[in-house]
Design a protein around this ligand. Structure first.
Ligand SMILES: [Zn+2]
Length: 120
C-alpha cells in the first residue's frame, strides 16, 4: 500500500515534483523523507482522504482552498508582472509562517541541546 502524505508547505519533492500546500502525494521512501516529515514540510495521512483534484495537472488536494491556491499559483489565467509575482510570494510566505510554520526546534542541532552547533 502506498503511503499517502500531504504537504504542509510548498516544497520541491523531486526534480520533477513540486508540491503545494495541502497537496496529497505518495511518499517514495527516499533518504530525505524523514527530514521533511520531522521539519514539518509534510505529514502522513490516515486512510484515503476525499480530495479536490486539479483539472489541469491532476494534482490532488485535501480541500478546495488548497486547490484554489494551487490554481492561482501554478495555472494563472493571466501573466503576472515580476512585481505582482513578488507581492504574491510575500503574502504566501506570511500566510505559511502563520498557518504552517516549520518545526525549527526539531533540527538536529536544536535536538542535541547544547550550545555548540555542528553542521548537519
Ligand atoms: Zn494543477
Amino acid at each position: 500500500m502506498p503511503k499517502l502524505f500531504a504537504a504542509r508547505r510548498p516544497f520541491d519533492y523531486t526534480d520533477d515534483v513540486s508540491l503545494d500546500q495541502g497537496q496529497v502525494f505518495e511518499i517514495l521512501g527516499r533518504r530525505n523523507d524523514e527530514v521533511l516529515i520531522r521539519l514539518g514540510y509534510c505529514e502522513p495521512l490516515t486512510g484515503k482522504p476525499k480530495t479536490s483534484d486539479c483539472r489541469l495537472c491532476s494534482g490532488k488536494f485535501l480541500d478546495e482552498p488548497s486547490l484554489n491556491r494551487h490554481g492561482r499559483k501554478r495555472h494563472p489565467r493571466e501573466e503576472r508582472t515580476p512585481h505582482q509575482e513578488d507581492a504574491l510570494m510575500d503574502t504566501e510566505e506570511k500566510r505559511l509562517a502563520e498557518t504552517a510554520p516549520l518545526y525549527l526546534d526539531k533540527t538536529k542541532a536544536s535536538q542535541k541541546g547544547s550550545g555548540r552547533q555542528k553542521r548537519a
